[in-house]
Design a protein around this ligand. Structure first.
Ligand SMILES: [Zn+2]
Length: 253
């Protein structure tokens, strides 16, 4: 089973018609992993797979535009008859279970454990499901956040999550076949010494070039840009094949 990436949603910071927030289906090596659960992506996911049969769920960070549809999945799995035969591993920053339980007005997380098996991410977290290997790196954002490196059968997909420019992001993407990278900002608003928590298209292109990736796929383009303009600007710096992430597209890695 070769590595493939299905685009479920790319919008930032809110979903639009037929355009969910961040979410992807990564398939390969016999495994299927829902990567980021932005609003609208649980519905989109059902076009491509049976969510009850997911191998795992992997959440880059707990901002709502990357995680809120865990709630939709919890309803489906716990009350909607879409019951997984075993709790689905959820790799996420710490506190994910407690926050999700809060939506149900419950202080305990025990009732969620019948459908989700929460496992905290950390920098360097590394797990293998069948022949799909998932490695997390802590990246620069304004909350605990991770980028993902997914490898199967010699192919490598890297995903920025939400991140400012940082060495960990470049290391994560090193020589990836496909680098799915955010380009949220038209320009950095703050002074050069303040922490940068998102990328401009030029940052995405520069990171892709320095990491020597084969192809760049631009996603999570914020409201000050069009995704076409962001892709053009990123391509001008990267100098190699650059695509726009579009809902419903399936990329072979
Ligand atoms: Zn974020």
């Amino acid at each position: 089973m070769p590595l493939t990436l299905t685009i479920l949603g790319t919008a930032s910071p809110h979903p639009g018609p037929d355009r969910p927030c961040s979410g992807y289906l990564v398939s390969g090596g016999g495994a299927e992993v829902w990567v980021d659960a932005g609003p609208g992506t649980f519905a989109a996911l059902q076009r491509h797979t049976d969510p009850a049969r997911l191998t795992a769920i992997w959440i880059s960070h707990l901002h709502a535009d990357h995680s809120a549809d865990l709630l939709a999945a919890a309803y489906a799995f716990a009350f909607g008859g879409m019951t997984p035969h075993a709790p689905i591993p959820v790799y996420a920053p710490q506190d994910c279970a407690r926050r999700l339980a809060g939506f149900f007005g419950r202080p305990d997380v025990e009732f969620l454990k019948g459908v989700f098996d929460f496992r905290d991410l950390h920098d360097g977290h590394d797990v293998r499901h069948w022949n799909l290997r998932l490695t997390a790196r802590a990246v620069a954002h304004d909350t605990e956040a991770y980028g993902l490196r997914a490898e199967a059968q010699g192919s490598v997909l890297a995903y920025s999550g939400d991140s400012g420019p940082c060495p960990a992001l470049t290391e994560l993407a090193a020589r990836a076949d496909l680098f799915l990278c955010e380009a949220d900002l038209g320009e950095h608003r703050d002074g050069e010494h303040s922490q940068q928590v998102h990328l401009t298209p030029e940052d995405a292109g520069r990171t892709a070039r320095e990491a020597r990736v084969r192809e760049l796929l631009v996603t999570h383009v914020g409201p000050t840009l069009t995704r076409e303009a962001a892709t053009e600007r990123a391509a001008a710096v990267f100098g190699r094949t650059t695509f726009t992430a579009v809902e419903g597209d399936i990329h072979s890695v």
